[in-house]
Design a protein around this ligand. Structure first.
Ligand code: F6R
Length: 366
């Protein structure tokens, strides 16, 4: 049942190219010119009326939402707020008939996310769900549904579900932009081509697993790890840190790189592992200068950077390279190395990878 892999998590990490292909299937026109999401049942008139989106989710799905915000704001110029469901449901958010509430839930059964969905429905608001389970409560109760085709995810730690949520969000953002006329058609074609190339590039990334295993073994003797990045790199850093703490039980924190000097830098000591994500070209110099700050405190820095970025080697101890794509799509390629880092750190510590202590796959209680 684990298809020759030692754990479901490892199997599911390796299923990501296929999961992405399946999630893209039938949703991009043959000539790569347009996104087709008829299944959403969202009329052009409604799309044009949406002036704000509230993305609501928990855990890893929330982290996907953070990437979704950038995707939607960039491609469709609609302001997006992303909120943790257990917070959102207990406050009194400002919602109008032009607000779309977008819940993201792999299982479609997470109690807090469902409560947020139901509150919104009860108030007469429009709700859309991105979910991996076709017959789930979220899928049944939302007005509009976009399914991720990750296939069943057994491991408690979410991997391929996150990656397909990203794909669904990029497609949705492009779809909105296409209707609203906020992306030029040549830009859209460029984006679609880049998205279609992602499965092969994830395959490339997965080939670096042996190198990641070595690094993870070294890092696993430390009781802390810090994940840094700016912009989309920070959004993925959050997911990398969650995965790391969840299955290796090592304290991990993600910070926007520029925020370090506002307090966290005090925690950086000699040898402590710092994982720095540097794929956002416009922010490159800024992140490198933050890397120098942690290096000055003798941290051990692993960078995740674009293939060909030899410059970065001067500032860090080790580099994991990912194949080049649009910086906007980087999260899809960055997350697999971080999942593998967490996986191998967990193995090195002798943990039960697929069933980490204290956690359940589907959090159906509050
Ligand atoms: C972390 C993880 C959790 C889930 C969260 C939401 O690896 O799996 O953080 O992402 O419990 O679950 P769903 O997406 O089913 O609502």
């Amino acid at each position: 049942e684990k298809g020759g892999y030692e754990h479901f998590m490892l199997k599911e990490i390796h299923e990501q190219p296929k999961a992405v292909r399946d999630t893209l299937s039938g949703r991009i026109a043959e000539d790569g010119s347009a996104v087709t999401l008829g299944e959403l049942d969202l009329s052009e008139e409604v799309v044009r009326s949406i002036d704000r989106i509230h993305i609501v989710a928990c855990g890893t799905s929330y982290h996907a939402g953070l990437v979704g915000k950038v995707a939607i704001e960039t491609l469709a110029r609609i302001p997006v707020d992303v909120e943790i469901a257990s917070e959102y449901r207990y406050r009194n958010p400002i919602v109008t008939d032009r607000t779309l509430i977008l819940v993201i839930s792999q299982s479609g059964e997470t109690a807090d996310t469902l409560a947020a969905l139901r509150n919104a429905k009860m108030a007469g608001n429009r709700v859309m769900a991105i979910t991996n389970v076709v017959g789930s409560s979220a899928a049944r109760e939302a007005d509009h549904v976009l399914v991720t085709w990750a296939g069943p995810e057994i491991s408690v730690a979410s991997t391929k579900a996150y990656t397909t949520q990203l794909i669904a969000l990029y497609l949705f953002a492009a779809y909105l932009g296409q209707i609203k006329g906020t992306i030029a058609s040549d830009e859209r074609a460029k984006l679609m081509n880049a998205i279609l190339e992602l499965p092969l590039k994830i395959d490339e990334v997965l080939k670096t697993a042996p190198a990641i295993e070595t690094i993870a073994r070294d890092f696993s003797s430390w009781d802390d790890a810090f994940f840094l990045g700016r912009g989309l790199d920070f959004a993925v850093a959050l997911e990398g840190a969650l995965k790391y703490k969840e299955i290796s039980y090592i304290h991990a924190e993600a910070y926007p790189a520029g925020e370090l000097k506002h307090g966290t830098l005090a925690l950086i000591t000699e040898g402590v592992p710092v994982i720095a994500l540097v794929t956002q070209d416009e922010l490159y110099e800024k992140t490198v200068s933050n890397i120098k700050e942690v290096k000055a405190r003798d941290a051990h820095v692993l960078a995740l950077a674009w293939v060909g970025d030899e410059e970065i080697e001067k500032s860090v101890d080790r580099v994991l390279y990912v194949p080049h794509t649009l910086p906007f799509l980087a999260p899809v390629l960055l997350v697999a190395p971080l999942q593998l880092l967490a996986y191998y750190a967990s193995i090195a510590r002798g943990n039960d990878v697929d069933k980490p202590r204290n956690l359940a796959k589907s959090v159906t209680v509050e």
